[in-house]
Design a protein around this ligand. Structure first.
Ligand code: GRF
Length: 206
């Protein structure tokens, strides 16, 4: 299974995927890494010898044009949403792991359901860009992480896997987020593995 990973930040989830997919026998490999910015996490792709690219929104006249350019770079690296017509190869998978930008509807329509995201909350609780802060502010006893299919909403697609953490009194946002990531990284790796083996059928997710 060829995977394209999209990031905007430090890329610790990307690094976990790069490490896991480098293991002999892992049924997927990271074919490319894309970002909307000069993300620090691109260094993990370079270190792993994986092609990476930056597609900057400001270089395009619209979100849709940006989405088309991003989709073209992903397909160039052999990651296709549907089984490639000529080859018998498996369709690819796009993984958003810390991409801090909403993917435009045409992009989602082209790649979903072979398009997943990881979100640091127990969706449908706390969607949006400040999930960890929102959970802390809400004073909930537990939160966690969700891996889901991206649909045309924001953090609204079918949930694939979740993991839970209990909040600790007085914990700061960055501390809680790091504890969430300790579960998120293996959860994402296992989800990609299950998609690659067919254990998890994205077409059946709803
Ligand atoms: C992850 O927790 C992801 O769920 C959220 O942004 C964070 C990215 O972390 N959307 P990293 O860049 O993978 O370390």
């Amino acid at each position: 299974l060829k995977v394209a990973v999209l990031i905007s930040g430090g890329g610790s989830n990307l690094r976990a995927l790069l490490d896991a997919t480098a293991e002999p026998g892992f049924p997927a490999r990271v074919a490319c890494v894309g970002s909307d910015t000069d993300a620090a996490g691109l260094a993990h792709a370079e270190a792993a010898g994986v092609p990476s690219f930056v597609v900057r929104p400001r270089d395009y006249g619209s979100r849709e044009a940006w989405g088309r350019a991003l989709a073209a770079r992903i397909r160039e690296q052999g990651v296709h949403p549907a089984a490639a017509a000529e080859a018998a190869e498996q369709p690819g998978l796009v993984v958003s792991a810390g991409l801090m930008r909403i993917l435009p509807a045409p992009f989602v329509r082209e790649f979903s359901p072979r398009l997943i995201n990881t979100h640091p909350a127990l969706l449908p609780l706390f969607p949006g860009a400040h999930a960890v802060r929102d959970a802390l502010a809400a004073g909930v006893a537990e939160t966690g992480v969700t891996v889901h299919v991206i649909d045309e909403g924001v953090d609204t697609g079918p949930v694939l896997r979740q993991a839970r953490v209990q909040l600790r009194p007085g914990e700061r946002e960055d501390e809680l987020h790091e504890r969430i990531k300790e579960l998120e990284r293996p959860l994402l790796v296992q989800t990609v593995r299950d998609i690659a083996t067919g254990e998890l059928d994205l077409a059946a997710a709803h």
